[in-house]
Design a binder for this molecule. Structure first.
Ligand code: SF4
Ligand code: SF4
Length: 227
């Protein structure tokens, strides 16, 4: 049913192939990646982005709040050999994306569900509920209520099966923001738990720092930290 035509890590190489489905991971961070994603879009019927870098800009998008050239100059002996765009951005900011699979990393179920839907000719369903709902379905004890952990599950998109709360730790939002997330209310709750403004900012400015409402919430608490 499925022919893999380009998957460098698995040994299939055909960069300019025309395909039914292109799965793309990674953010757009360099001029080369910008050209490449436009070529992939032109050669693909469906373009699906997978993972936090492709859907949100990734951890490397933390540089968007700073001058990346200053950092490069501080780290590399010959910074002139490094070509990069000023920001690390998700793929949908550059080309049309048909489906986004969020998560760092995504899991097998998400990918297979999307492929199966497309093979059956039906639109894949996007998961936009919150991680809390998965906790309730699996009767997992809430770490925010029971242990006072600063869990981001109330504002995080579902899909992982709430695997962190299931082992007794707080969610750090690797699946990105859920639909209609009340980040302001959750941040106030974190303050009530005793977190300092900078620590609250860091909760939101992490793997998915470039996307809203995480970016605005994180910046708000960073400003409070520097008042
Ligand atoms: S543990 Fe976190 S994700 Fe689970 S119900 Fe509590 S706040 Fe929500
Ligand atoms: S519980 Fe949160 S941090 Fe853990 S895998 Fe799921 S979304 Fe990611």
């Amino acid at each position: 049913l499925v022919d893999i035509v380009h998957f460098a890590e698995a040994g299939f190489l055909d960069e300019s192939a025309t395909v039914d489905i292109a799965f793309v991971e990674g953010s757009v961070s360099t001029p080369h990646e910008l050209d490449r994603i436009q070529q992939i879009r032109a050669n693909s019927r469906f373009l699906i982005t997978i993972g936090a870098c492709a859907t949100a800009g990734g951890l490397q998008a933390l540089r968007n709040m700073h001058d990346a050239n200053e950092w490069i100059a501080g780290v590399y002996a010959r910074p002139e050999h490094i070509e990069l765009l000023s920001d690390s951005t998700p793929i949908r900011e550059h080309v049309k994306v048909d489906l986004e699979l969020w998560g760092c990393p995504v899991n097998t179920r998400q990918v297979l569900t999307a492929v199966r839907a497309l093979l059956f000719g039906v639109p894949p369903v996007e998961e936009t509920d919150k991680v809390c709902l998965e906790c309730k379905r699996s009767q997992t004890v809430c770490v925010l209520v029971a242990k006072g952990e600063p869990c981001l599950g109330p504002v995080t998109r579902t899909g992982c099966g709430a695997i962190c709360p299931q082992v007794g730790r707080d969610c750090y939002a690797c699946y990105g923001p859920a639909e209609t997330s009340n980040t302001a209310s959750l941040a106030n709750r974190f303050e009530g738990l005793g977190l300092q403004p900078e620590a609250i900012a860091r909760r939101f400015l992490f793997i998915n720092s470039h996307v809203e409402p995480f970016n605005a919430e994180g910046r708000k608490w960073l400003e409070k930290a520097h008042e």
